[in-house]
Design a binder for this molecule. Structure first.
Ligand code: FAD
Length: 472
């Protein structure tokens, strides 16, 4: 009997999984599933312990779902990517695998690894699928067959393609004949873990699907007016599921269109769809610009910026002790939950780079070490956008003022008070500059004074970017 192996990576679900569906198409074959845990690689890339706990929860849920369908799940820890190749080969030999199925990952190292695996397994069929995107990289290009560098025309072309041919979801595989034991050995991972809030982040595929449907039915219509205000729970919080493939973007699209059929025409739901298209944009970009995966800036001249080496400032930023309430509240949300609201990600990233003049890669790395939704393409894209080093980035002379950002997006200080207990009693009119108020009232706050003067920092940053550009 032929034997098919499905190699799960960042696609930890049974619904709408292209590789799994293809492997299970015939009932005449035996199907096995594999997950390889490259622990050293995770350490090198500072995978967050919360993301590791989230991953483990999904792996155990996936094992159950696969077992119900009669598909055994093998989990193999290995040191690094090179060892992954030997691990796949070994499983293929032991189980006399006749065909390997997997969903593409677009990061540079992952692509190199997959090419090496295909070479090592040239005697069997290897089939890859564009599963973690709605539209495959290369299918949304300019008239000159180049990857777009600007988001808006990319989005326009993307929507055109969606209107021409909507990507459908594939069904989960049915139950195969071979019964598996009811009691499964729980999967463990030899990697530091930190518990995550199971009310905020779905523990398994089933609850992720429920959350997606609820969000599309009840919340999407308010998304465009609420999404920028961190005190409101106005976004989907599905990023962790999308990052590890517990949900697919096609499922998001289909759930959205079911609730709001005119979202593709710019009606209700269009703004949320636009965010999903940002996700695709960054995935397509890393495919065509692999240097982004090596943390090179898209705009080469920005590598000439003379960054500050102020470690104390970096630590103050990481710990939420900068003296700028919206920045500090955001960093504490990140440190305590593993997630940060998108508006706040933009504010804290701008602050690190444009107020502290610290290299954006420090921020990128720190985010990965904390985020439950850490995703190379989205994180790198977000950081390069904020640092003005990327494609379609904010121009370098556009610098967020952290105080006015706080006033605009947390005007009553509700979010700030939630994360900074030391400021609970500060009156609302003073919440964004508590020390100005405290000095006047002669009150001592258990909260740091601002570590920089924004106006001065702004001028220094502009000078540093100007100087770097002149070296072009
Ligand atoms: P929603 O607002 O509900 O959006 C739906 C989905 O669209 C998200 O789950 C996410 O998959 C995608 N999405 C939304 N906004 C963006 C965006 N700007 N870029 C790419 N995809 C987007 N997102 C990550 O998933 N992982 C990261 O590591 C990450 N790092 C970031 C770093 C910085 C500096 C910035 C500015 C943004 C980053 N983002 C990242 C994008 C965005 O902040 C998060 O996806 C979003 O906050 C997740 O919350 P949500 O699921 O409620 O999003």
């Amino acid at each position: 009997m032929a034997s098919h192996l499905v190699w799960f990576r960042a696609d930890l679900r049974v619904h709408d999984n292209l590789a799994l569906a293809a492997a299970c198409r015939s009932s005449e074959v035996e199907v096995l599933a594999l997950f390889i845990a490259p622990v050293k690689q995770w350490q090198q890339h500072s995978m967050a312990p919360r993301q590791a706990a989230f991953l483990l929860s999904q792996l155990n849920a996936l094992q159950q779902s696969l077992a119900k369908r009669g598909i055994p799940f093998i989990v193999k820890p290995v040191d690094d990517f090179a060892a992954s190749i030997d691990a796949v080969r070994e499983v293929c030999e032991t189980h006399k695998v006749t065909a390997l199925f997997y969903n593409y990952q677009y990061e540079f190292n992952e692509r190199q690894r997959d090419a090496a695996v295909e070479k090592a397994l040239s005697h069997i069929t290897c089939q890859g699928f564009d599963d973690s995107v709605m539209l495959a990289p290369g299918s949304v290009m300019t008239g000159n067959h180049e990857m777009y560098k600007v988001f808006t025309p990319f989005k326009r072309a993307f929507l055109r393609r969606l209107r021409e041919e909507l990507p459908e979801c594939v069904n989960p595989p049915g139950v195969r004949t071979k019964a598996l034991p009811d009691k499964l050995e729980p999967i463990t991972l030899d990697y530091p873990q930190q518990p995550f809030d199971t009310d905020l982040f779905a523990v398994d595929e089933k609850s992720a699907l429920v959350r997606l449907q609820q969000f599309c039915q009840d919340n999407v219509e308010h998304y465009d007016t609420q999404r920028d205000f961190p005190a409101i729970d106005g976004t989907s919080r599905l990023s962790a599921c999308l990052a590890l493939g517990v949900l697919s973007p096609r499922q998001c699209l289909q759930a959205l269109l079911k609730a709001h059929p005119d979202a593709l025409e710019g009606k209700i739901g269009a703004v949320w769809l636009s965010e999903l298209i940002w996700r695709e944009f960054y995935r397509h970009l890393i495919t065509y610009h692999p240097n982004l995966c090596k943390h090179r800036p898209f705009l080469g001249w920005t590598d000439n910026v003379q960054w500050s080496n102020d470690r104390a400032a970096l630590v103050a930023w990481q710990q939420g002790n900068t003296g700028f309430p919206i920045v500090d509240a955001a960093m504490r949300q990140l440190n305590q939950t593993g997630w940060m609201h998108n508006r706040l990600r933009m504010i804290v990233a701008s602050f690190l780079v444009k107020d502290l003049l610290i290299d954006w890669r420090e921020g990128e790395r720190y985010f990965m070490s904390q985020l439950i939704d850490g995703d190379l393409a989205a994180n790198n894209g977000g950081w390069q956008w904020a640092a003005s080093t990327g494609t379609d980035a904010a121009p370098y002379f556009r610098i967020f003022n952290p105080t006015t950002q706080g006033e605009r997006f947390d005007s009553q200080g509700v979010f700030i008070r939630q994360w900074l207990p030391a400021l609970v009693d500060v009156p609302t009119e003073a919440i964004h500059s508590p020390w100005t108020w405290a000095d006047k009232e002669q009150i001592t706050l258990d909260y740091p004074r601002p570590i920089v003067d924004h106006k001065q920092a702004r001028n220094e940053t502009l000078a540093a970017y100007d100087a770097a550009r002149k070296l072009l």
